[in-house]
Design a protein around this ligand. Sequence first.
Ligand SMILES: Nc1ncnc2c1ncn2[C@@H]1O[C@H](COP(=O)(O)OP(=O)(O)OP(=O)(O)O)[C@@H](O)[C@H]1O
Length: 285
Amino acid sequence: MTPRLQAAPIAPPAGAPSAGRPLVEFRGVDLRYGEDDDEDSTLALSGVDVDIAAGEFTALIGPSGCGKSTMLKLISGLRLPNAGGVTVAGREVDRPLKIVGMAFQSPALLPWRTTLANVLLPLEIVEPHCRTFKRDLPRHRERVHELFRQVGLRDVAHRYPWQLSGGMQQRVSLCRALIHEPELLLLDEPFGALDAFTREDLWDVLKSVQHARRFTVVLVTHDLVEATYLAETVHVFSQRPGRIIHTRRIPEACRRARADRYTARFADEVASLRGYVGHAQESCT
Ligand SMILES: Nc1ncnc2c1ncn2[C@@H]1O[C@H](COP(=O)(O)OP(=O)(O)OP(=O)(O)O)[C@@H](O)[C@H]1O
């Protein structure tokens, strides 16, 4: 059953951490799928400590199955830790958060809804928007059209998902994740299934939307160029059970332009990340 999204902690405005405190904090977090005494259970994360500042663009990288997507579930409150604690905006996460927007590798649009209706969906079900949805519909429609413009979509509002290309669907999915103006955007390999040109276009779309509103982004990716181009902070995970084995901070990453991807310095940064991931992969064998 889809969890009901209820009133949950209100975050400080984007870019304004409360008294310098990180927006997201993990302290000694373990997450196990299944029961402790079940031999088929999986310890996905063990002893994860991490801080994510408000307004920061963070990427999570690491070997397959090391618990990156699980981190997103813990931040959003879709899963609760077995040990340790997760706080968002200074409050312990104990239920699904309304301040979160999410997008995944599959755009997961509802085929019987137009693109406009797909993007409006979070406002229909998330508190407090759902209470005033009908009254505010004209304003919401305007906002959808503004988002479509920002992500480079034209004349798609009344078309159905199956009438759009994969790249267009992923743009719609991004708009749906942003429509309720979340403080935190959680992205799970959102560009993984796209061709290289569309993927690179969407990197810039995401960059410019994030610069405009300066919300916090946590991106799970296997693409080290993507992580290096977009993220100010990159956390590298160990093999499962995942924990963070390396953190790299590149505050100037947000000012990177396309051409920077073809510089020797950029190539060195990607290679260095590759080294850490390779080390994590080897350490399991
Ligand atoms: N619902 C679930 N039930 C049982 N085990 C699960 C569940 N979800 C994930 N796992 C297991 O937990 C571990 C971490 O999964 P997770 O999806 O977080 O990894 P990941 O790093 O995102 O993987 P990938 O990079 O391959 O997408 C994996 O071993 C996975 O099989």
